[in-house]
Design a protein around this ligand. Sequence first.
Ligand SMILES: Cc1cc2nc3c(=O)[nH]c(=O)nc-3n(C[C@H](O)[C@H](O)[C@H](O)COP(=O)(O)OP(=O)(O)OC[C@H]3O[C@@H](n4cnc5c(N)ncnc54)[C@H](O)[C@@H]3O)c2cc1C
Length: 322
Amino acid sequence: MPNNTSNDVVVISEKIGGAIPDATFELLGKGKEIAASLGGELHCVVVGTADGSDALGACDHLHIVEGSLLFPYNPQGWEDALRGVLAEINPRLVLTSTGTVGLDLAGSLASYLGGVAASYVVDLAVEGSSVICTSQLYGGKLMAEADLGDTVACLSVIPGSFPVEAGRGSGSAAVAKHDHDSSNVSMAHVSLNEPERSGIDITAAELLVSVGRGIGGQSNIEMVQELADALGVPLSASRPIIDQGWLPKYHQVGKSGKKVKPKVYLALGISGAPEHLEGMRSAELIIACNTDAGAPIFEVAHYGTTVDLFDLVPEMIDLVGS
Ligand SMILES: Cc1cc2nc3c(=O)[nH]c(=O)nc-3n(C[C@H](O)[C@H](O)[C@H](O)COP(=O)(O)OP(=O)(O)OC[C@H]3O[C@@H](n4cnc5c(N)ncnc54)[C@H](O)[C@@H]3O)c2cc1C
C-alpha cells in the first residue's frame, strides 16, 4: 500500500478494444473539476495499447501501460499493472466506470490503496476538503450520499452520469510509458464475447412506440410489440424495462441509453423521469398515455391521455389493422 497520498485524481480508461469509450471522457471532465477543487492534478491511465490515446488531452498526465498479457483485457494483468502506476501517483481519488473494468477492479484497487470503494456513482462534488459521492441503489429508486472526507477512494461511475464533451480536451498531457512485467500473470484471456447486435436502430426511426414500467410485466411486452409491428416501427423503452431484462439494451431511451428525435414519440406507461426526458424531449410530437394525471411526462407531452394503456393499445392495434 502506497504512502503520502496526493490530491491527484486518476481516471482509468476502460478501453478494452475499439475506440476510447465515451465513459472515459465523462470521467475526465468530472475528474478535472474535482482535481482542481482538491488542488491536485488529473491523470489518465490507458492499459494495453496506446491506440487513440492522443484524444485524452484533458488530463495533465497520461500513463500508457504496455505488457504482453494486458491486451485484450486480462483482469489479473490489469490489476497488477494498475497497482504499479497508482503506487507512483498515490492518488486521492480513482475513477473507473461501472463497466467490465470498474466492476472487476474498483474494490481490489481501493483495498490496495488502503481506501474505500463505492459503486454505481452518479454524482461527485467537493465540499471543503471532503469528497461527496452520490450512488444509486435499487436501479435508481434510492440515492445514497456518502461523505468520503479525505479518505482515499476508488469509485465506479455509471456511464451517462456526466457530460462527455467536458472531457474532450485538446491540451497536451505529459506522457509516461510504463512497461508491465507480465511474468507473474497466470490468468489468460480466452475470448471477448460481444453482446448480440440487432438490426434495430431506434435513433433512426420517425415514429417510436415506447414502453415503460406501467406495462407491468414481461409477458405484456408482446402487446406493445404487436402495436409497433402493426405500425412498422421499432419498440423503444425506459430503463427499468431493460434493467429487468424484458428487452435488450439497444431499445433503451434516455441518459444512459440512446438519444432519439423521432417525428412522433408515443410514451406508454412512462412517468417522465429527467433521465428519460433527456433522451426524447427533442421529439417533434410527444403523445403520452399514463393513468396518473400528475406524471411529469405530461409536462413535455403535446397530447396526452390518462386512460389505461391496456385499454388503449388493443384499440390502437385494431384501428391500425383495419
Ligand atoms: C444515472 C441514471 C441514468 C438513468 N438513465 C435512464 C435512461 O437512460 N432511461 C430511462 O428511462 N431512465 C433512466 N434512469 C432511470 C430514471 O430515473 C427512472 O427511474 C425511469 O425512467 C423510470 O422509468 P418508467 O417511467 O418506465 O417507470 P416509472 O417511473 O415507474 O413510471 C411508470 C409509469 O407508468 C404509469 N402507469 C402504470 N400503470 C399504467 C397503465 N396501466 N396505463 C398507463 N400508465 C400506467 C404510472 O403512473 C407511472 O407514471 C436513469 C437513472 C439514473 C440515476
